[in-house]
Design a protein around this ligand. Structure first.
Ligand code: ATP
Ligand code: MG
Length: 381
């Protein structure tokens, strides 16, 4: 167990949000981005009629960073991107792009004046224009020669050199999405917005393209905001991720932080898999669980005897034939290199265990397990 393990953030168990803390692992919002901010979103609010969708949301993205807003369907991700692009007015808060306030309750700079590029799920290419004309569409101020040179350049960048004379319907979904990316990058935007750009593609292509697009954006030092509900896409592409829930950002951090140090039950449940196991705090500060004693290095701010719940991930449970602790296999899911076992403990409680797949046990078998948790994440029950 690590010694700098994590303790409960105040307020989480009541459903209220933890206070933003710039230095804390799993801080709720990024108070100061690592590089000078290209985009600052400050306590923005947006409602459709009486339906409040964005409820005081804040974040900032440093130059050259790829950020991601990750959250379930309907939580307001597209609305935030549309507000940044200038398609939705704000009721409150402000959006600052490269030092200029582009949106506030009294300001709405037109989308075409924002130097923002956009890529959407449905590619949105003009079907009657060939690839070169699609890509060159936003280069209105360039001469014919400059435009042709830039179109060639960005098509080469996205791996489509030579495709300029083809029409969108002659291309695969993945190729069309590359054209959409080339079109968005051609005018050298200050900020690129990507709204679920890979969700129309099959899983293999989605993963490959998200890594490729990341490499392209990094090579161009493009600042980007991706929105998705797919955590694997977020992990593959983004430097930093904000988990959105009910119109606010519940936690901002790296994929590693979100997985290992979730700041709320929502984040713990939304990112990765796991169970919350009931335990009790002992006078010495350890947590007594059916799986044994766990010690959070930062003491929990709760009285001895308090009921708590501890997050137990599938990778926290180690299969060990020599361990005296036994659990019964109730379900197994083959994952290739690993098998995800659902195990029943003596009390009837269940845990998940990710075990190398050469350890192939049958449902009903009792196997030895031990627990190895690096970051003990606990919430007041
Ligand atoms: N033009 C609109 N008029 C009224 N309500 C809207 C409008 N656009 C979005 N909403 C509502 O706002 C909420 C947030 O929608 P939004 O599209 O921002 O969600 P999302 O997080 O992008 O979801 P998804 O993952 O499904 O794309 C939803 O409840 C939606 O019904
Ligand atoms: Mg959306």
């Amino acid at each position: 167990m690590r010694t700098d393990s994590y303790s409960r953030l105040p307020g989480v168990e009541t459903g209220s949000r933890p206070a933003p803390r710039a230095t804390a692992p799993g801080a709720a919002v990024p108070v100061v981005p690592a590089a000078p901010a290209v985009i600052e979103v400050e306590r923005i609010r947006h409602a459709f009629g009486r339906h409040a969708v964005v409820k005081g949301l804040s974040f900032a993205v440093g130059r050259g960073h790829i950020a991601c807003l990750l959250g379930p369907s309907g939580c307001g991700k597209t609305t935030v991107l549309r507000a940044i692009a200038g398609f939705e007015p704000l009721q409150d808060g402000r959006i600052v792009l490269d030092g200029q306030t582009v949106s506030s309750s009294g300001t709405l700079l037109a989308p075409e004046q924002r130097r923002i590029g956009m890529v959407f799920q449905d590619y949105a290419l003009f079907p009657h224009l060939d690839v070169a004309a699609n890509v060159g569409f936003g280069l209105t101020r360039a001469s014919r020669a400059e435009r042709a040179a830039r179109v060639d350049e960005v098509l080469r960048l996205v791996g489509l050199d030579g495709a300029g004379r083809q029409y969108p319907h002659e291309l695969s979904g993945g190729q069309q999405q590359r054209v959409a990316l080339a079109r968005a990058l051609a005018p050298r935007p200050e900020l690129l917005l990507l709204d679920e750009p890979f969700s129309n593609l099959d899983v293999d292509l989605r993963e490959r393209l998200s890594l490729e697009v990341r490499a392209i954006l990094k090579a161009q030092r493009t600042t980007a905001i991706l929105v998705t509900h797919d955590q694997h896409e977020a992990f593959a592409m983004a430097d930093e991720i904000g988990v959105m829930h009910d119109g606010v950002i519940e936690q901002w951090g790296s994929a590693h932080d979100l997985y290992h140090r979730p700041a709320s039950r929502f984040v713990a449940g939304f990112i990765g898999q796991g169970v919350l196991m009931a335990g009790r705090l002992r006078a010495a500060g350890e947590i007594e669980l059916e799986l044994g004693l766990l010690r959070p290095a930062v003491p929990l701010d709760l009285p001895a005897g308090a009921a708590v719940e501890v997050l137990v991930r599938p990778d926290d449970i180690i299969h060990d034939d020599a361990s005296p602790m036994r659990a019964e296999v109730v379900h197994k899911a083959f994952r290739g290199a690993e098998i995800l076992y659902t195990l029943r403990l003596a009390s009837g409680g269940r845990v998940l265990a990710l075990v190398p797949s050469h350890h192939n046990h049958a449902v009903g078998e009792r196997i030895g397990i031990r627990v190895e948790i690096e970051d003990v994440v606990a919430f007041a029950a």
